[in-house]
Design a protein around this ligand. Structure first.
Ligand code: 5GP
Ligand code: MG
Length: 459
């Protein structure tokens, strides 16, 4: 049942083009999930929905969006993780209760879903999916409170872990964020009505004005009376720093801060700390681009797009025949010999997880004739798994978990490797450093997953 995923969610209230706006929002959130997607909308009485496996444009091709009529709705893009790929887990998750339709879209990962599910099942609850999201819906419906919003608050108090949520009812949209504030979620104003999205790049696409980030533990109810805010009991704020390093789009504001600027700053910090000299700086595209730019500016050496990316290779790239991992890496990225030959190259990478792709990338830069290759990574070594939604493998597979930096450098084939320090990383983003979750680097987790027997520390 353990499904770890980071996804994208978007919702609209009070706009006749709700489905179209959600569609474009999901389109802009595609980087947060490519496995499946869905939209549900309501006109206050009737609802309509469409969901499917695939990219947003694929699932909603052939007039599927036009068929969705309503002024409010929610949508979801789901990240694919090996083993958990399944049609029944497509979101928004929908239920019928007392003649009404409810739906929920969830980004993040709960860490007490096992106990919650077991308790519900012992009381006769039948589950349709393996999603922890479904648990939330059951908890809401089962709450003894009278008003729907109180039922929601009651249910969300029982959850531990990461959740940025959108709840759909025929009368209202509810947006909520866990009290630790792990995942981003922002509120915007449309000319007509409101929009909520995981990232603000959606707002730009649909012409919405950014209002603000939803606060940790905040629950926002949007209905015909406007916007009302409620709060869950406060916890220690633990925003996911990996959203800044890798996950979010550079043109988004997350947690109220622009991602591009944060990444460029990470690159500047990295340049200050980096112990090697080079002739040129090259990003591993696209996730290393902003950090490499900051790095090159700080060092005063040329920034070269020395590796070209084939933009038509998606993550869901289907291979017509068995290819080696090396060929796959080459299909996606190709170094330019004329730029690299004879140079001392500083390669900027946003993060190293398993180290396997890095190894092949370095090999091809070497083959392009680099004299020396030094790698600069814009975050510290990732040593511990994430329980809150980032799809890191188990500790065993994380290259930094069982190797020293020198060993990692040898293993991926560089002449020198340097990771940004924890302090350097935290100082690059203008948010309080103690309000970040850095568990994947430090092993210090704020919310303990139940039944977990590893040696990690829990605060
Ligand atoms: P590795 O060398 O560890 O195999 O791969 C590192 C690369 O994976 C980096 O370029 C980084 O941008 C990318 N990466 C980091 N996190 C993720 C993730 O959650 N999913 C995917 N697909 N790539 C990631
Ligand atoms: Mg990358």
């Amino acid at each position: 049942m353990e499904i770890k995923e980071n996804c994208g969610i978007a919702g609209v209230y009070g706009n006749r083009k709700a489905a179209e706006i959600i569609y474009f929002s999901l389109f802009s959130l595609q980087h947060r999930g490519q496995e499946s997607c869905g939209i549900i909308v309501s006109d206050g009485k009737k609802f309509s929905f469409h969901r499917g496996m695939g990219l947003v444009w694929e699932v909603f091709s052939n007039g599927k969006v036009e068929k969705l009529k309503g002024f409010s709705g929610i949508g979801h893009v789901r990240y694919s993780t090996t083993g958990s790929s399944s049609e029944k887990n497509i979101q928004p998750f929908m239920v019928e209760y007392k003649g009404k339709t409810y739906a929920i879209a969830h980004n993040g990962n709960l860490v007490n879903s096992y106990t919650l599910r077991k308790k519900l099942e012992e009381n006769g609850t039948i589950f349709q999916t393996t999603l922890d999201t479904e648990i939330i819906m059951h908890l809401i419906i089962r709450s003894k409170k009278k008003r729907f919003i109180d039922k929601v608050i009651d249910a969300l108090k029982k959850l531990r872990g990461a959740f940025s949520l959108l709840i759909f009812t025929p009368e209202c949209i509810i947006a909520a964020k866990d009290p630790w504030g792990f995942r981003p979620l922002a509120l915007g104003k449309l000319k007509e009505g409101y929009i909520i999205s995981s990232e603000t790049c959606s707002f730009d696409l649909v012409g919405a004005k950014y209002i603000r980030e939803i606060r940790p533990g905040e629950i926002i109810l949007i209905n015909k009376n406007g916007v009302k805010s409620y709060n869950l009991p406060a916890k220690k704020i633990s925003r996911c720093i990996f959203e800044f390093i890798y996950f979010a789009r550079p043109d988004s504001k997350i947690f109220g801060k622009n991602v591009y600027i944060a990444r460029k700053k990470l690159g500047e910090k990295l340049a200050e700390e980096f112990p090697y000299e080079g002739d040129i700086v090259i990003p591993i595209p696209d996730s290393g681009n902003c950090a490499a730019m900051g790095f090159a500016l700080k060092r005063g050496i040329p920034y070269e797009m020395g590796i070209i990316r084939n933009h038509y290779v998606g993550r869901t790239f289907i291979q017509p025949f068995q290819t080696t991992r090396e060929t796959q890496v080459k299909i996606k990225l190709n170094p330019i010999k004329e730029v690299i030959k004879g140079k001392r190259v500083i390669v900027v990478e946003d993060s190293i997880v398993r180290g396997t792709t890095s190894r092949f990338r370095i090999k091809s830069i070497r083959e392009a004739g680099a004299k020396k290759i030094y790698m600069a990574v814009s975050c510290p070594p990732i040593k511990f798994p994430c329980f809150y939604g980032i799809d890191f493998p188990s500790s065993k597979e994380l290259i930094a978990n069982n190797k020293t930096i020198e060993e990692i450098g040898k293993s991926i084939g560089v002449d020198g490797l340097y990771y940004l320090s924890l302090e350097g990383m935290l100082s690059a983003i203008s948010l309080p450093p103690e309000e970040f979750c850095t568990a994947c680097f430090t092993g210090k987790y704020r919310v303990k997953p139940e039944g977990f027997k590893g040696k990690e520390q829990f605060e």
